[in-house]
Every structure is written in structure tokens, then in C-alpha cells.
Design a protein around this ligand. Sequence first.
Ligand code: SF4
Length: 426
Amino acid sequence: MNVPAAPVLGCRDTPVIRERGQHEVFCGLTGIIWLHRKIQDAFFLVVGSRTCAHLLQSAAGVMIFAEPRFGTAILEEKDLAGLADANAELDREVARLLARRPDIRQLFLVGSCPSEVIKLDLAKAADRLSAAHAPHVRVLNYSGSGIETTFTQGEDACLAAMVPVLPATQARELLLVGALPDVVEDQALALLADLGIGPVRCLPARRSDALPAIGPQTRYILVQPFLGDTDAALQRRGAQPIRAPFPFGEEGTTAWLAAIAAAWGVPADRFEAVTAAPRARARRAVAAVAATLKGKRITFLPDSQLEIPLARFLARECGMIPVEVATPFLHREIHGPDLDLLPAGPRLVEGQDVERQLDRLRADRPDLTVCGLGLANPLEAEGLATKWAIELVFTPVHLYDQAGDLAALFARPLRRRALLHREAAE
Ligand code: SF4
């Protein structure tokens, strides 16, 4: 089977610089923006402040054609001061919402910094409300708070909250774990069907009536590298992981599919027959963009938790030179296969101490810096080209058919900067 060869020296054993300091990231509420589109009969009720409501509203925009599937139960000052019974208000708010919206089958109470500060027990509230509104609605809770977290942890916390209540099964099934845009998920399902692999389930499912069941015969594979808590929750249910590089780029997608194919005993000639054409397409699409990226130096500031697999893709398939690859959390087991393939050379950093990272960045002056929105503008003003990390979770970037688009996301800021330089010189 066509599995990518590891470099002579990968990054598995590279010493990791660990930093704990001020960090500049969005909070886990951000995940609601893609999760509410993915889970079509869910509602995300943030129990938070007006700041939380503003973050959601400005990041997600206003839905004009559909009833929104997220909202904020605002904690007022009297709640924060402990002068009102926030639980009673929450129960009333939920009853009103569910009476108005019979299409809601799953309700997520999403904790925030304010709800955590006043120690509002949303787990208890979810149990109480589940009992009150069963069997029509299941109420779960998770934290989207920005205290010591990064924005992709919202999805992880949401999926991890779902795992304990999934039904049990003894069936041998494959579970794809992580929210993909529907069109990309359909591509994955089609490739797996062509390989003869099945039954395949997805977490999250698009609707509550398609929720997967879990058991000791479940083999699961992550589609996103930021699902550490979900990974642990699945193992607690007896499911077994398939570890592989993440499906970014031609090579990553092939390695990801090959790991599943190996677990299902798919013959090598069938694997070759199914993947040859999309692989060639992906290679061509990446090659069309790679000329702009080749030899360019790139630094990742810690933000999306996609940093390690993306550095692997950019180094191996696009010829970029990673200078520093920083990630909020480095999970050896989950990121190991990508670390094996990432050629030794870059500094690996876990966590953030933003001032120190900016000092190193200014000394390195890479051609491209992947960072959060808050840092991008000041860095651009210093003459550094930047790419917003958050775009990488809002844009379809997984699997063969998106490999060229993924490379193009990194090429665009470099082209823009080259154009600006040319104009300035003229
Ligand atoms: S959860 Fe915390 S960090 Fe996120 S918007 Fe609300 S207050 Fe801000």
C-alpha cells in the first residue's frame, strides 16, 4: 500500500519548548459557528454575558433565511452578584425556547467564563432539563469558556459530552470523529465505500436519529487533531483508535485512508485502484500552487491545534521550511504520526507566552506567519505576511479534492505581499 516514507529524521523526538504565559486566542464558543451548521437538529444555548453574545453574533453573522440554532441566555449583573436564582431563570428560558422550537432535538448548554466564575452547575442543569423535556429533547452541557483554552476546544468539549450518552453496540463499525463540512464528509464516505469499508458512522451525526453507537468493536479515526478529550472519552467506552497522519494534502489523505484500509484488510490493489485518480488530481492541484510556497519560511503561532499536520503538509508537499511550529497542546499519541513525517528542523513549542514568541518571530522574520486574528494586523504592520489560523477551520481543507485549496490558502498572502512590494517599487 502506498504509505508515505518517513524522513531520515522526523520530529517525534525533537525536544519541545513548553511555555505558559499570556495567550492570544479565541474561546471555545467559536466552535458553535461550525457545529450549529453541522448538527441540524441541535441548539446551542450559551449561558454567558453580553460579551459572549457579541462574540457569537459578530463571528457567526446573522442568519436571514433560517431560524438561528444558537443563542445566549444572558447572565445579568444581579445573577453574577448571586442576587437571582440563575437556575430558575435558565429553566424558564429553556422551556420558552423548546415550546417555540419543536424542531430542536438536542440542546447544548454551553458554559462560559461568567457561568464558570459564578460556579453555575450546568451539568446538574442539563440532567434536570433532560428529565423535564425527555424523550423529545436531550440536554447536554459543555464548557466553551476562554479560561485556559483555545477555540477548537469547543468542538472537542461538545463531542466529548456526547460520547457517554451514545448507545452501546457490539457491531464492528468505523467511526469518523470530528465535524467536517457535509460535502467533505460525503467525499470521505464515498472513498471508504469504494474501498469496501463499512458500516461507517460519523460523530457528530447530522441529526440525532443518526447518532452512532459505541462498543469494543468500534474502531474510530479522528479527522481533526484537536479532539484529545473526545479521544479519551471514546477509549473509556472501549472503542479502539486508528492512528494516522491527518488527511491534509495528498500524502496525509493517502496515509489516513491506508491506516483504515489496513485495519479493514483491504487488498493493496483495490486501495491503489480507488485512490490512484484522486491522488493524481490532488498532486496536480498542489503542484499548481507549490511554486509560490517552495523555499518560503513559515512560523505557526499556537492557535488552532492544526499546526503540526499542516506544517507536515507544507514542508513535504509544498517545499516550505517550518521555522517554529507552536501548538496550544501537543498530544503525543494523536500528533505522533504527523511528527514522524515532519522533517527535523523546526522548533516545536507547546503552549504560549505571547511576548517571547513575538520576540522569536521578529528575530526569525519568516516569509509567512500563521496566527490569530488579534496578532495578524500588528504583524502585517511590521512587514510580516500573515495567515489567519481561524480560516483553516472555516474552509473545507481535508481530503484529496481540497488539497489544492489548502495550499492556495497559504499562497494567497505571499502573492498579495509580492504584489504590494512590486507596486511600491514601481
Ligand atoms: S466565554 Fe469568556 S472569552 Fe468567550 S466570549 Fe464569553 S467571556 Fe469572552
